[in-house]
Ligand binder design. Structure first.
Ligand SMILES: [Zn+2]
Length: 93
């Protein structure tokens, strides 16, 4: 299947996640609505569909982010309302 891979995160990309605490997740208290992190590790870089992305959150980690599992690259790629991807200062759309 032809797949636009540009929005799949790469090492060093900055990820901005709009907090989903109000959408079925809990425990993200006193959240201002955004979590900002940097991609520090990518698992299985040759298999786009199963790729896992690990993010360092210097300020405030989303409470549901599991540092053992990371995030599915596919979710970051697909959930445009929730994730913004910045590469070298430019948002990837
Ligand atoms: Zn939050």
């Amino acid at each position: 299947m032809k797949h636009n891979s540009v929005r799949h995160p790469r090492l060093g990309d900055v990820i901005v996640q709009t907090c989903v605490a109000g959408r079925g997740h809990s425990g993200c208290a006193q959240c201002d609505g955004k979590h900002v992190g940097t991609v520090i590790k990518i698992d299985d870089p040759d298999a786009l569909a199963h790729r896992l992305v690990y993010i360092h959150w210097p300020a405030k980690k989303p409470t549901w982010y599991d540092s053992e599992k990371g995030y599915a690259s596919l979710n970051i790629h697909n959930l445009r309302d929730e994730f913004q991807v910045f590469r070298k200062g430019t948002e990837i759309r």
